[in-house]
Design a protein around this ligand. Structure first.
Ligand SMILES: [Zn+2]
Ligand SMILES: [Zn+2]
Length: 512
């Protein structure tokens, strides 16, 4: 369950195809969402804002009280000034999506006349939204405050963080800031939507800070199941907010890009007002294994195999695909790629230098039958058993280029998203009926999450040492579990906010 968002995000490129061909349904989608939540949300936002201001003021007062314990007359003036300034300078944090739900992460940070948006994702429709292909957040608030918007900053390139951007850009043209790989994926997307030329994009390296005026945003390197993921330190005149983005703690990441522990500790040492942290795996104890453990599992499977190998995984998991390619090269196999999103993602990754594919490794999918089984790997989409995906069509004997035989080892390197289990089971059954050998995640360690478990969340809390804590990116029970972890680390109960998109920001109820 905890992998829901991650998986959902990764399987998005597959969906996008669908979305493009049925673009007409999008306004309908939006309308539906708007109608449902618009009214409620406007009220909500007001309440949220009030609450957060109250907390922030309270916090600042505490701080200034502490300061006045120290000497002397000049300090007193500082206190007075600060109090006045705070009353005039409200900070608002408004999540427009991404809480208590899967996907469409988008959060507004507003300070006086400046608005910074963090991420702009999309979500899958739920079963009751017939005829709807994708769901984007209600951005009425942004339309109303258009003049204040200084920029959109992106944590990483998963669809639940960047998928909503074309729909936002159709309403307003705003500058976008992201790391190299994230912008690479966004460029493809904007190109498809014919928005590339009109959009200003600024590449930001890890460790750099973008100065928007009163708000400054520092990009801090993290680990996740896609390259170039970052968290943010958002500096405002009344305090620092750390937003982790999606993260795990991977000490041996495939690309060597570790979490910037040193910088996080420094920022924590200077004092952080609020931490907003990824809650996806908050119910899981322990650590998420390193992505590099998967390579060992692949090597194990590849080294004993004389059959043709077919591996299904998420296109956006560049490090996973890299490891499949590495094991193939190591054991003398050529690689064929199946599925539009997989082909596109590999192209972009190689082009931008995020994937290393030795020359003459990849062969055209039309040539699969001219290689002996033991000398070939096929990397495909369809790890979720999506009805139109390449793997599903192969399993049903309907794929035009690849016919599964008893001499195939099929590896499904993913966990099914809740709701997709029956699709995945069907695909596994179909493959087995043909006589293929099938390895999936409950049989072998061939998948790890891109999100940290409780011990990693504890490490983040310990480095940042926030005054206030807001668990984000998760369903209600995951937010609650994360809140409990924060309390164990020492964040006072009354300083933890459980937010809902459509309900007000509030403190957790006192325990009876
Ligand atoms: Zn992600
Ligand atoms: Zn995410």
């Amino acid at each position: 369950m905890t992998n829901a968002k991650e998986n959902q995000a990764k399987s998005m490129p597959e969906r996008k195809v669908k979305e493009n061909t049925t673009r007409k349904s999008i306004p309908h989608t939006k309308k539906k969402v708007n109608n449902e939540v618009k009214e409620e949300r406007t009220k909500t936002q007001k309440r949220q804002t009030k609450q957060i201001n109250k907390q922030v003021n309270k916090k600042e007062n505490n701080q200034t009280e502490q300061r006045t314990n120290r000497p002397k007359g000049r300090r007193k003036n500082t206190k007075l000034k600060e109090d006045v300034r705070i009353k005039k300078s409200p900070l608002k944090i408004i999540p427009l999506g991404g809480l208590l739900e899967i996907g469409k992460n988008i959060t507004v940070f507003e300070y006086e006349d400046e608005i910074i948006i963090v991420d702009c994702g999309l979500a899958f429709p739920t079963e009751d939204m017939l005829g709807v292909d994708l769901v984007v957040a209600d951005t009425t608030y942004l339309e109303k405050n258009r003049d204040k918007i200084r920029g959109l900053v992106l944590t990483h390139g998963h669809e639940d963080h960047i998928g909503g951007i074309p729909y936002l850009l159709r309403q307003m043209n705003i500058p976008i800031y992201g790391t190299r790989f994230t912008l690479g994926l966004l460029r493809n997307k904007l190109d498809e939507h014919r928005l590339l030329k009109s959009t200003k994009m600024y590449e930001v390296a890890k460790g750099e800070t973008v100065n928007f005026g009163k708000i400054k945003v520092e990009f801090i390197g993290t680990s996740h199941s896609i390259p170039d993921a970052v968290g943010f330190a958002i500096y405002t005149p009344i305090g620092t907010i750390v937003h982790t983005g999606d993260f795990k703690i991977d000490y041996t990441p495939i690309d060597g890009q570790k979490v910037d522990f040193g910088r996080l500790a420094e920022i924590g040492e200077k004092g952080v007002m609020l931490l907003m942290s990824d809650s996806t795996n908050a119910e899981r104890k322990g650590f998420t294994k390193s992505e590099s453990t998967i390579g060992e599992a692949f090597d194990e499977l590849f080294s004993h195999c004389r059959k043709r190998i077919v591996v299904a995984t998420f296109a956006s998991n560049v490090h996973r695909v890299q490891q499949i390619i590495d094991s193939s090269v190591k054991y003398g196999r050529k690689v064929a790629i199946c599925g539009r999103s997989m082909v596109k993602m590999i192209e972009t990754s190689v082009e931008l230098g995020y994937m290393n594919v030795p020359k003459n490794t990849i062969i055209d999918i039309d040539l699969v039958n001219s290689y002996p089984d033991e000398a070939l790997t096929i990397i495909t989409t369809g790890s979720q058993g999506e009805p139109m995906s390449a793997l599903t069509r192969m399993a049903a004997g309907e794929h035009k280029k690849v016919a599964i035989t008893p001499n195939d080892l099929v590896i499904i390197s993913a966990n099914p998203i809740p709701g997709n289990e029956k699709f995945v089971s069907k695909v596994i059954d179909d493959l087995m009926q043909i006589g293929a050998e099938v390895v999936y995640s409950s049989l072998a360690d061939i998948h790890v999450s891109g999100h940290g478990c409780q011990e990693e969340q504890k490490l983040m809390l310990s480095l940042i040492k926030p005054k206030y804590f807001m668990p984000v990116h998760g369903e209600y029970r995951q937010l609650i579990a994360h809140a409990e972890t924060a309390e164990k680390i020492g964040v006072p109960h009354e300083n933890i906010f459980i937010m809902k998109n459509r309900k007000s920001l509030r403190n957790r109820r006192k325990r009876s």
